[in-house]
Ligand binder design. Structure first.
Ligand code: C5P
Length: 298
């Protein structure tokens, strides 16, 4: 028997980053949104843990580890340890979320693996336990379980749903060369940018109003200067997105993917069409969308 679970990419509508903590992480005040780009993860009982990865279209998956370092294997071991059982699985990842793009694709895979294995073995893990296991795997993994739009605190792993009346449309412009999240946070510290933790303030009102131009003025990412310091050429993409008529250009997480906020689906397609000549991959995605959910039992 196999179970396939689909999990979404995330973006950060607001990413406030405070000072470094003794554990090496940074305190966050962030608003996540799940968007319509997905990885599908299929779990099948097997005598040993193993993972396969396939990229959709031209997606480069060569940097995804195929050994115990893959976060889905860590997720699998974490859930069997939690239940004190001795089982293992083959986990196959069909990737559509760009790798190392600031879209939390690895976190989506981990969340999907947790849900798939929970269902495969009828473990009936409580939501609270699943979120706690997810939080130990990575800061963004609990949000990939939850989906929708959510406020994230702690190092990002403490999530609560946020009221969002919008049907937002994003133009997603990935970059061929990924950025290491840890390197961006390191640069953030070097530039001494994290002295105070900035709260989202007007963002919650803009989400409730469901007005794209209002949301545009509230989008914020503290990591943008650090990412641009490491990769100055990324500023061109921001300029191109704005020149094509997006209401705002927002760096996704630690980058290098950029997002353009559009007024509706047609506007998003127009912006994407204008950018397509210059960028090899330009995608359109709605948000918010559901967190990790079962799509197939076979
Ligand atoms: O939690 P995750 O494994 O996704 O984090 C990857 C890296 O990003 C961490 O090792 C850390 O360097 C950095 N990070 C951070 N503060 C956070 C989240 C991530 O410094 N709140």
């Amino acid at each position: 028997m196999s179970i396939t679970v689909r999990a979404p990419a995330k973006i950060n509508l607001h990413l406030g980053v405070g000072p470094g903590r003794p554990d090496g992480y940074h305190e966050l005040a962030t608003v996540y949104q799940a968007i319509g780009l997905y990885d599908d993860v299929t779990a099948t009982e097997a005598p040993e843990w193993s993972v396969t990865v396939a990229g959709s279209g031209d997606l480069d998956v060569s940097d995804v580890p195929l050994d115990d370092h893959n976060i889905v294997i860590r997720a699998g071991r974490a859930i069997v340890d939690h239940h004190g059982i001795d089982r293992s699985a083959l986990i196959s990842i069909a990737k559509s979320i760009p790798v190392a793009g600031g879209l939390a694709g690895g976190s989506a895979d981990a969340a999907a693996a947790l849900v798939a294995l929970d269902r495969l073995w009828d473990l009936e893990t409580s939501d609270a336990d699943l979120l706690a296991i997810a939080g130990r795997l990575g800061s963004d993994v609990p949000f990939a379980l939850l989906g929708g739009t959510a406020y994230g605190t702690g190092r990002g792993e403490l999530v609560e749903p946020v009221s969002d009346n919008g049907q937002w449309w994003w133009v997603v412009v990935p970059n061929g060369a990924g950025l290491s999240t840890a390197a961006v946070y390191g640069e953030y510290d070097r530039l001494r940018l994290g002295e105070t933790l900035r709260a989202p303030e007007g963002l919650f009102g803009a989400l409730a109003d469901a007005w794209p131009e209002g949301l545009a003025g509230e989008l914020h990412n503290d990591l943008e200067p650090a990412s641009l310091e490491l990769r100055p050429e990324l500023a061109h993409t921001k300029r191109d997105i704005l020149e094509c008529g997006a209401y705002a250009a927002l760096l996704s997480g630690s980058g290098p993917t950029w997002l353009g906020l559009a007024g509706d689906a047609d506007h998003a397609r127009d912006i994407a069409a204008d950018l397509t000549g210059k960028y090899p991959v330009v995608l359109c995605a709605p948000g918010p969308v559901a967190g990790a959910h079962v799509v197939t039992y076979a």
